[in-house]
Write a protein that binds this ligand. Structure first.
Ligand SMILES: Cc1cc2nc3c(=O)[nH]c(=O)nc-3n(C[C@H](O)[C@H](O)[C@H](O)COP(=O)(O)OP(=O)(O)OC[C@H]3O[C@@H](n4cnc5c(N)ncnc54)[C@H](O)[C@@H]3O)c2cc1C
Length: 400
């Protein structure tokens, strides 16, 4: 068998991140192979909410989410209807005066960075979302945030990559990765100048030393109630405990689907490895939703599911060369933001691989920041030592 690399880049994992990387690399003229053990877009990509959202946890998180959002805006007109891209905007809801102050700070922060947003008074909020509970103080509307249907986007990105010559190997698992090769479960070796690990929460199955932990989430979807909500609705309450990172949390986070369905989230759990629905978490999540949308109790739910986010200690993904194997590259660890940041991740990977100047500074996301394994363990231990506290509302877009 020839040991010459057949591809410029061979990607393990066909979630939205792997698919986006395949397309961005193919668009820059690279020879690409992608291996997916299941169906394209079937992992966390199928389980996620599809909220494309700009975030302000850190400058690095903002840079990647904003860059990605701009890439989504460019891509949107070319997406087929089944990708359900809609610029709904996010309403960050303030339940009291303290949260309204937080909304004002958020407004100032975003405005200074040219993100379109405005404050809504209690009355304006009521008009915008009549099904919200009475007595809420107001909200911050971030209008460029959007909603997509992630699994069809992953398929569309892969289809486009394929049209540019990328090879898709479906129904085969990668058994080993590294040193310029993917070894598949049937012992096939796919050799490439670079191999890219894009396995999301499963990344540690092939690279156990990576600073990634699974973070489980639950979602519920209702029957069709067109117009029941109009924006992505997220509570601001977590700001009261912004520096806390309790191991389990449930937050009010609700999304209008194009079908008229209402997607209700969301929960976060470390240390829950099984995919089963946890009644205790589910109840806590729905109780939280009832506080903000009292009528939700009367809606008919048709499906509940779980999925796993790939969490890193510093809440930033791992994008770029592995610290130990220069032929191995990483595009993983996106936690609750991987739908949003898939396109930005792909842009960075493709730019770095082709020696182009990246559109945003790439340094904050480089895996080399974790060369000290002790610091990784320490971060995770600190998180685990926090008590479970249901008042810690997290968003689906960052570990709070
Ligand atoms: C409940 C929940 C809500 C979320 N909401 C949002 C949101 O609103 N907005 C947002 O931006 N993000 C959200 N996320 C996060 C987002 O879904 C993920 O960050 C994103 O889907 C990660 O994509 P990925 O391609 O890295 O991983 P995945 O989608 O998990 O893809 C990895 C792929 O690798 C494949 N695979 C695994 N092992 C192997 C192997 N050995 N060989 C070959 N293939 C393999 C899997 O089958 C899978 O298809 C949410 C996540 C959850 C769980």
């Amino acid at each position: 068998m020839s040991t010459e690399p057949m591809f410029d880049v061979a990607i393990a994992g066909g979630g939205i991140v792997g698919a986006a990387c395949a397309l961005a690399c193919a668009q820059r003229g690279l020879k690409v192979a992608l291996v997916e053990r299941d169906v394209l877009g079937s992992g966390a990509t199928a389980a996620g909410m599809g909220h494309v959202v700009v975030m302000d946890d850190s400058e690095a998180q903002f840079a990647l989410t904003r860059y990605s959002q701009q890439l989504w805006q460019k891509l949107a007109p070319q997406l087929p209807a089944c990708c359900e891209y809609e610029q709904r905007g996010t309403l960050w809801i303030a339940a009291d005066a303290e949260e309204m102050e937080a909304a004002e700070r958020k407004l100032a922060w975003y405005t200074a960075r040219s993100v379109k947003c405005e404050l809504l008074s209690a009355e304006q909020l009521r008009k915008a979302e009549p099904n919200l509970a009475p007595g809420l103080t107001g909200a911050l509307l971030v209008s460029e945030d959007a909603v997509v249907y992630p699994p069809t986007v992953a398929m569309e990105l892969a289809r486009r990559a394929q049209a540019l010559g990328a090879i898709m190997v479906l129904g085969r698992a990668v058994r080993e990765i590294g040193d310029g090769a993917l070894v598949l479960d049937d012992a096939t070796h796919i050799r490439a100048q670079r191999v890219l690990l894009a396995l999301g929460a499963d990344s540690v199955s092939l690279r156990p030393g990576l600073p990634i932990r699974k973070r489980k989430g639950h979602l519920v979807i209702t029957d069709r109630y067109p117009g029941y909500v109009h924006h992505q609705l997220v509570e601001l309450g977590y700001l009261k405990s912004a520096h806390s990172m309790g191991s389990d949390s449930a937050a009010f986070n609700v999304q209008p689907r194009q079908t008229g369905q209402v997607l209700i989230g969301s929960s976060r759990q470390f240390g829950a490895e099984g995919a089963e629905v946890d009644q205790y978490i589910l109840t806590a999540m729905l109780e939280r939703a009832k506080v903000y949308l009292p009528g939700v109790a009367k809606l008919s739910a048709i499906r509940v599911w779980t999925g796993f986010r790939a969490a890193t200690p510093d809440k930033l993904p791992l994008i770029g060369p592995d610290a130990h194997d220069p032929k191995l590259w990483l595009a993983t660890g996106h936690e609750g933001l991987g739908i949003t940041t898939s396109l930005g991740t792909a842009g960075l990977i493709a730019d770095m691989l082709t020696h182009q100047h990246p559109a945003i500074a790439h340094e904050p996301y480089l895996p080399a920041r974790y060369v000290q394994p002790d610091s990784v363990n320490q971060h995770f231990e600190n998180e685990a030592n926090h008590e479970v506290d249901w008042s810690h509302a997290g968003t689906d877009h960052g570990i709070r």
